[in-house]
Each structure stands twice: as C-alpha cells, then as structure tokens.
Ligand binder design. Sequence first.
Ligand SMILES: [Mn+2]
Length: 311
Amino acid sequence: MIYVTGHTKPDSDSICAAIACAALLNARGHDAVAVRQGELTRETQFILALTDKNPPLPCPPLKGEKVWLVDFSDKNHGPADLDDATILGIIDHQPLGNVTTAAQLEACIWPVGSTCTVLSSLFVLENIAIDKSMAMLLLAGIVSDTVGLTSPTTTERDVRACNQLAMQAEICLSTFIRDLLTIKTSIEGIDAYTLVNRDMKVYLWGDGRIGIGQIELATFNQVQDIKPAFYAAMLKSCVDLDLDLVVLMLTDIRSAVTHLIWHGDWGEHLSHHAENGEIVMTKTLSRKQQVWPWLQNILSVSGVSNQAAIY
Ligand SMILES: [Mn+2]
C-alpha cells in the first residue's frame, strides 16, 4: 500500500490533493490511499460532502511504508516518523523543503497557486479521465488555496485549470467561488484556541521558533468580540508549542487586508511597527509569500539573528 499524505494541519488543498494523487496512482495501477495528518476543516468537510468523497483516514505509523507527499516537502510539516518511510514521490507548489531520499523519486513541484493545479495537469498529461466529482474536488482545492483566484500566489495556470475543471464539473465558477469562500470564512461557534492553532505553521529562525496562524474572514466584524480571547489563546500556544513568537493574521479575503496581532518573547520587535497594538497590511493575503518574508526582514533589522547559536 502507498500512503499519500498532505501536511500537518491539513487545509483543503492538501486533502483534495491527497485524494486526487491517490486516484492518479490507482489509475496507474498502484494500490494507494489518501491519509491525513490532523482534523479536517469545515471547508474541507463541505468539499468532501459536495464531491461525495470519503474523508481520508488518519495517517498510520509510516515505518517501512511507501509514501507520496502532497502540498509539502518539509520534514517539519510531515509525520514524525517520515524518515523511516520510503518517499516515492512529491507533488507540491511550496518552496522546496528539506526531505531527502535514498532512492530515485518522482517529483512535480511547480510555482503555481495550488497543488491541485499540478495534479489536474498530471491527469491531462497521463490521459486519465477526470469525472465530475474529481473535477469539482480539484477545483475546490485550487479555489481554496488561491482564495478564489485572488491570492498573489495565483498564476495563469491556476486560472486555466479552474476554467477547464469548472466546465468538466458543469458548474458556474463564480458561484462556486462565492459559496466556497462563505464556508471558508465561517468561524461561528469555534473557540479562540482552535482558531489560532488550526492553520498555524511553525518556522525556525536561529534558535527560535515562530508560529504564524491565519484566520480568513469575510469582514473584521466577525472577530471583534473574540479578539481578547485570541491573546489568551496565543499565550497558551507559546507554551504548548514552545514558541518565541505567535503571529496571527486576521485576513479579510474580500478586501485583501490583513491585521496582525501577536504574543511572545519576540513580540517587542513587532510592537515598534504597531498602531494600537496591531499592524495593518494592505494587499496581503499570503503567509508564505508576504507575511513570513516581511517578518524575517523585521527580525533581521531588529538584530535577531537567523544563525543558531553554537554551543
Ligand atoms: Mn497548497
């Protein structure tokens, strides 16, 4: 059996890509199954119900198993025992991570907005039929990861794939985008700690550990009442995840404005740039392309070295 897994804290792209990649491998005649590293978001559950797909099972122990990675290639975002598995392939659109392999592997890593974009091209390339449900699944992954084709990570290839897939799924693309974004931004009834942590990515900087979380919103009013609770939640995350800094991106995906709030020992470096305890970033949707590079620069100019101390 080949296990296909996306990253920890799976988003919709990572789950949809795992299911699609397993289907691709099955069509090639292999025995492959999608698995997940964490709970499904509401949006992902909605997509799976819509496309009539079974939720992937939790990732089993991988020691001695064969795996394909989708939507990540960094050990940090993989299962703890990934080193004990044989990585056969990677399909991704993130910057190349630090996994290494002893044997040959198949890797398809493109600078596009979504792993599902890469996968949809592979289906076409290999002449594997895309049924309505698979078209909608791939489309959902792309729409989710590119925030309805508006994120700066969006490329011409993503747009082309979406138009093609919408035709195959026989749906109206703009209606589909609107419906999916509404589900994506619904946070009602979810507690602050879950919201802060469910999409947290941990980055290493020198000897420090930085967590950047993101909550996508349709309007900032959605978080007005819960904001004080975010600070308590970020404090708890610092302790639970041994972080020097937690940054939370509150992103209005319609206007592409992000408000940053933060907590942790390194927070003072951000406070210099704040107004009323927050930093407002216009035209900012992307953690990896915008906020993380910006934060690295802030830390550098604040004198926080990216070099680990030598003991
Ligand atoms: Mn992705």
